[in-house]
Design a protein around this ligand. Structure first.
Ligand code: UGA
Length: 446
C-alpha cells in the first residue's frame, strides 16, 4: 500500500517511519525545506529513542521518502494522513489553520478513492469540516474520510506505535473502513483490537483518553499532598489502590504535575468543546485547576523546605536570594528533549524572582531550555551542576539519575539538600547518606 503522511513533526514522522518499518511504502511531506533536507540526509529533527534507526533503515531500503512537494506526494496514495500541528489558541481551542491549509493544498491533487485521514488531534466535528473544505476546493474530487487518533507517548513513541493497546479508526464510509483495516491488518493479526467507529467518536476518544490519564495524575498528586499532611505514604497508597484491577497501576506516580504538549492542551480543548456543546465536563475542569494549583503549592513548599534545611545546617540567612540551586532535569518527563509545559518553566521564574542563581543539567533538553531560559547556567553533567550548590531540585525522572553516587555528589555541595519531585530515591537511603531529602507524599526518614 502507498501511504502519504503530511507533516514531519513528532506524530507525522513517527507514523511515517513506523508504517515504512512494517513494510508499507511511505512518502512524508512537509513544507519546511530545512526539515526535509535534514531527513533526506538521515538527520532527525527531534529526540526520540529508536526513531533515527528506523528512519535511516527504511529510507535506505527505499520504503520511506521525504519531499516538500505536497501535491505530488498525494498522487497515487491509498491513504493520506494529515499530521500537522494544532496548537492551542488563547481560549483553549486548537488552531486548525495548518490542517485546513493542507486540505486546500491536497484537494485538487487527490486520486479517486484516496482516503484522507486526520491524524492530528482535532476537536469533534473537524473531520466533517476538513471534508467540507476538500469538497469546496475540488468539487469533482472523489475521496473518503477517516480519523485515526494517535496514542503515542513521547520518549517511547516508536514502541507505542509498534505495540499499541488498541487502534482507533473512525470511518466515513465502507471504502475508508476497508483501506484503514487493510493498513492496520498486521496489528489485528497480532491480536491488537482495532476499534472501528464513526468519525466523531474517534475524535472524542482521543480527548477522553488523555483527560482520563491527566485525571489519574492530578488525583495521585492530590493524594500525595494529603499523605504529607496526615503522615501517610503515597508509594504504598498508589501500589495498593493500583492493585484493584478497576483502577490499575499506571499513571499513579506523583510528580510536579502533568506537562508536555498533550495533556495541558487536550484537557483545555475538551473543556472548550464541552462548553460549546452546552455540556460542561466539570471533572476535567477540576483536573486542570488541580494541576495548576499543585505546581504553585509545590513552589511554596520547595522554598519552605530549603529554608528549614538551611537553618538546620547553620545558614544564618535562609532566603533564596544569592543561593545556588542545582536543577537535575528540565524536560517535562524523561526520554524527551521537550520542555513544553514542563514544571521547570514554572519553578525557574519563581526561583529567579527570589534572586536564586540557577545551574541546570538535563541529558537532552538543554538546547530547548536555553531558548526559553537563557539566564540559567547550563552544566555538563550531574557532578558539574551539583558542585558547590546550596540545594538541588530533581525535576525529571531520567533513568541515569537513579544511578547517581549521592554520597560523593552530596559532599561536593555547599549544603547536601535535595528536593526530589519524582520520588526517585528511598527516603531512608538518602537520610543515611546525610542528605536533607524531601519528596512527595512520603514520611521523612527518622
Ligand atoms: C500523552 C499520552 O500518554 C499518550 O497516550 C498520547 O498519545 C499523548 O499524550 C498525545 O496526546 O500525543 P505524553 O504527553 O508523551 O503522552 O506523556 P505521558 O507519558 O503521558 O506523561 C504526561 C505527563 O504526566 C508528564 O508530565 C508526566 O511526567 C506526567 N505523569 C505521568 C506523572 O506525573 N505521573 C504518572 O504516573 C504518569
Amino acid at each position: 500500500m502507498n501511504i502519504t503522511v503530511i507533516g514531519t513533526g513528532y506524530v507525522g514522522l513517527v507514523t511515517g517511519a513506523c508504517f515504512a518499518h512494517i513494510g508499507l511504502n511511505v512518502t512524508c511531506a512537509d513544507i519546511d525545506k530545512g526539515k526535509i533536507d535534514a531527513l533526506n540526509a538521515g538527520r532527525i529533527p527531534i529526540y526520540e529513542p529508536e526513531l533515527e534507526e528506523i528512519v535511516r533503515a527504511s529510507h535506505k531500503q527505499g520504503r520511506l521518502d521525504f519531499t516538500t512537494d505536497v501535491p505530488a506526494a498525494v498522487k497515487g496514495a491509498d491513504a493520506v494522513f494529515i499530521a500537522v500541528g494544532t496548537p492551542s489558541m488563547a481560549d483553549g481551542r486548537p488552531d486548525l489553520t495548518a490542517v485546513i491549509a493542507v486540505a486546500r493544498t491536497i484537494a485538487p491533487a487527490l486520486d479517486p478513492e484516496t482516503v484522507v485521514v486526520v491524524k492530528s488531534t482535532v476537536p469533534v466535528g473537524s473531520g466533517a469540516y476538513v471534508e467540507r473544505v476538500l469538497r469546496e476546493t475540488a468539487p469533482d474530487a472523489v475521496f473518503s474520510m477517516a480519523s485515526n487518533p494517535e496514542f503515542l507517548r513521547e520518549g517511547c513513541a516508536v514502541q507505542d506505535f509498534l505495540n499499541p493497546d488498541r487502534i482507533v479508526v473512525g470511518v466515513g464510509d465502507c471504502h475508508a473502513r476497508d483501506v484503514m483495516t487493510a493498513i492496520y491488518a498486521p496489528f489485528g493479526q497480532d491480536g491488537v483490537p482495532v476499534v472501528v467507529t464513526n468519525i466523531p467518536t474517534a475524535e472524542l476518544i482521543k480527548y477522553a483518553a488523555n483527560a482520563f490519564l491527566a485525571a489519574k495524575v492530578a488525583y495521585i498528586n492530590e493524594m500525595a499532598n494529603l499523605c504529607d499532611a496526615v503522615g501517610a505514604d503515597v508509594d504504598q497508597l498508589s501500589r495498593a489502590i493500583g492493585l484493584d484491577e478497576r483502577i490499575g497501576p499506571a499513571f499513579l506516580k506523583p510528580g510536579p504535575g502533568y506537562g508536555g504538549s498533550c495533556f495541558p492542551k487536550d484537557t483545555l480543548a475538551l473543556t472548550a468543546l464541552a462548553h460549546e456543546a452546552d455540556c460542561p465536563v466539570r471533572i476535567v475542569e477540576a483536573v486542570i485547576s488541580s494541576n495548576t494549583y499543585h505546581i504553585r503549592r509545590l513552589v511554596s513548599r520547595i522554598e519552605a523546605e530549603f529554608a528549614a534545611a538551611w537553618t538546620e545546617r547553620g545558614y544564618g540567612d535562609t532566603k533564596l536570594h544569592g543561593k545556588t540551586v542545582a536543577l537535575l532535569g528540565l524536560a517535562f518527563k524523561s526520554n524527551t528533549d521537550d520542555i513544553r509545559s514542563a514544571a521547570s518553566l514554572v519553578i525557574v521564574p519563581h526561583l529567579l524572582r527570589r534572586g536564586a542563581r540557577i545551574r541546570a543539567y538535563d541529558p537532552a533538553a538543554m538546547d530547548n531550555a536555553r531558548a526559553l531560559m537563557p539566564e540559567l547556567d547550563y552544566c555538563e553533567s550531574e557532578a558539574d551542576v551539583l558542585a558547590g550548590a546550596d540545594a538541588a531540585l530533581l525535576l525529571t525522572e531520567w533513568p541515569q539519575f537513579k544511578e547517581l553516587d549521592w554520597p560523593e555528589l552530596a559532599s561536593s555541595m555547599a549544603a547536601p539538600v535535595l528536593f526530589d519531585l519524582r520520588n526517585l530515591y528511598a527516603p531512608s537511603t538518602m537520610a543515611e547518606m546525610g542528605l536533607a531529602y524531601f519528596s512527595l507524599g512520603r514520611p521523612a526518614a527518622t
